[in-house]
Write a protein that binds this ligand. Structure first.
Ligand SMILES: *[C@@H]1O[C@H](CO)[C@@H](O)[C@H](O)[C@H]1NC(C)=O
Ligand SMILES: *[C@@H]1O[C@H](CO)[C@@H](O)[C@H](O)[C@H]1NC(C)=O
Ligand SMILES: *[C@@H]1O[C@H](CO)[C@@H](O)[C@H](O)[C@H]1NC(C)=O
Length: 466
């Protein structure tokens, strides 16, 4: 990969590729969206692109801290988007991170009301291209009105995009890939959540010629092809977009303690349990998870999160079943709040990831493993996670711990799947596939971004016509 960059610099120096392409990026206002957009920005910024990274001041503040640690950030320019302020939504709430749920509707509205300012920004910055997110048809319309091509980039996988578009456009018709489906309780949850449907469809429609996905052919090739065949554009995978520069972050005492604990365990003997930064387990789920980890007899680290503001006041001992901590002793470690996921996955003692199957976590499990990809025990919670869990199982790098018909987690099932994926002979093929796929993805580096650079350069060099 280093040689690739070097080669490109030499080519640029010789003047073969001199025109710098200016790209304005506008992700949705949450960390889960901003982070993959920023990974894309970093990769494009070392490939002859200048990036205007556009978000609210409160979001840009946290990006600034991340960017100053890097040296090569001069071609990423942060651009403030000011949402109209209102009594309900002061500027520190101009982000979906930690936003009280009842204010979400105000945030979405305020974001749309910033369209006029967005238009002025485009006029003054005159980018060659706009990259916008799933719920912003207005951003594409404004770009189009100024003859600037705009392409959509979604942070979810191709199977989810294909399945979601199919559900919205052809409800009632069967999805052509039977391995992707929803269970009864998952369907009921999904149906409650269709508020943004029209906006999502419009945004998809507006994407100019191509459509960008956080995906790769090794995982979702057939869904990527299906999308390009079914909808009138080329669907372009951008690769896993997993952050690279984590080794520099300094150890705090708690991280050190976790690493020392891992050091004592045998190779691939620990399951790491974490369910994302936006989901909190219900009491039923906490109890089932404890049972599962207990019955599995496998070493574990469990990152147990609670909502901001409540976390300080909760005692782990009180939410866990009586006697659980004494029973597991040194076999398990429970971490309240945030855990150093990269370091844990990279440690050679870690041999399984009990995960909600958030799309980032799936990629991280494969790419951050210390000795190749780490197999997944899937416990999907909501949104795209059930579909991701089906993908993980279909490509053979993990198994889902299935819930009962009401959607309750089952301790015995969790224990059974942990043992299968990590210990039993029946899971050997899954462990092998995960390891191998992880190695393939790491070796491939940013091949997708090299393709994307060519794709975008072509898009910007031809005459724009809507
Ligand atoms: C998307 O575009 C197609 C064809 O141009 C059109 O028929 C359809 O109504 C559009 N859908 C939306 C939601 O704008
Ligand atoms: C947490 O405890 C502190 C100190 O007892 C208290 O001031 C605060 O209101 C509590 N927070 C919540 C969310 O209960
Ligand atoms: C890059 O593009 C070429 C030509 O279209 C294709 O064969 C190859 O699979 C692409 N590579 C990746 C990693 O997507």
């Amino acid at each position: 990969m280093k040689t690739g960059i070097l080669l490109r610099c030499l080519l640029m120096a010789e003047g073969t590729q001199t025109k710098i392409i200016k790209v304005l990026m506008l992700p949705w206002l949450g960390h889960g969206h901003i982070s993959p957009y920023l990974e894309l920005a970093k990769r494009l910024s070392i490939r002859n692109f200048h990036i205007y990274f556009c978000s609210t001041p409160i979001n840009l503040k946290s990006i600034k801290e991340k960017l100053t640690q890097k040296t090569n950030s001069s071609s990423i320019e942060l651009v403030e988007l000011h949402l109209p302020s209102s009594p309900e939504l002061p500027p520190h709430y101009h982000t979906s991170n930690g936003l009280p749920p009842h204010l979400m509707i105000h945030l979405k509205k305020a974001f749309e009301l910033s369209a006029a300012q967005f238009s002025v920004l485009l006029q003054s910055l005159t980018p060659d291209l706009v990259i916008y997110d799933f719920n912003q048809p207005w951003a594409a319309e404004i770009a189009s009105s100024q003859a600037i091509p705009a392409v959509e980039f979604v942070i979810i996988g191709a199977a989810m995009v294909a399945f979601g578009l199919h559900l919205m456009k052809n409800p009632g018709e069967e999805f052509p890939f039977p391995e992707i489906y929803l269970r009864g309780y998952e369907k009921r949850k999904m149906l409650q959540n269709q508020g943004d449907k029209d906006k999502i469809l419009q945004a998809t429609n507006h994407s100019y010629k191509i459509f960008l996905l956080k995906s790769c052919r090794e995982i979702e090739g057939k869904f990527i092809d299906y999308l390009s065949e079914t909808y009138d554009k080329k669907f372009v995978p951008l690769g896993p977009l997993v952050p690279e520069d984590l080794t520099s972050s300094n150890d705090d005492d708690r991280d050190k303690e976790i690493m020392e604990w891992l050091d004592q365990k045998e190779k691939s003997s620990v399951v790491y349990a974490s369910f994302g930064s936006e989901y909190y387990l219900t009491q039923q789920e906490i109890v089932a998870m404890s049972q599962g980890l207990d019955l599995s007899n496998v070493n574990f680290i469990w990152a147990l999160r609670f909502p901001v503001g409540e976390e300080e006041n909760i005692s782990i001992k009180e939410v866990l079943p009586d006697g659980f901590l004494d029973k597991i002793g040194n076999r398990g470690k429970i971490v309240k709040g945030w855990a150093p996921q990269a370091k844990i996955l990279k440690h050679s003692s870690t041999g399984g990831f009990l995960s909600h199957c958030g799309w980032c976590s799936v990629m991280e499990s494969l790419m951050w493993g210390g000795c190749g990809g780490i197999p997944i025990i899937g416990v999907p919670m909501h949104s795209d996670q059930p579909v991701n869990a089906r993908v993980v199982e279909a490509i053979g790098v993990g198994v889902e711990a299935v819930r009962d018909e009401e959607g309750n987690l089952l301790g015995e099932e969790i224990a059974k799947v942990i043992r299968m994926v990590m210990v039993d002979d029946s899971g050997a093929e899954i462990r092998r596939k995960a390891k191998e796929l992880g190695e393939t993805l790491v070796a491939k580096g940013d091949a997708e971004i090299d393709n994307l650079s060519i794709e975008l350069a072509q898009l910007c060099s031809t005459e724009y016509s809507k």
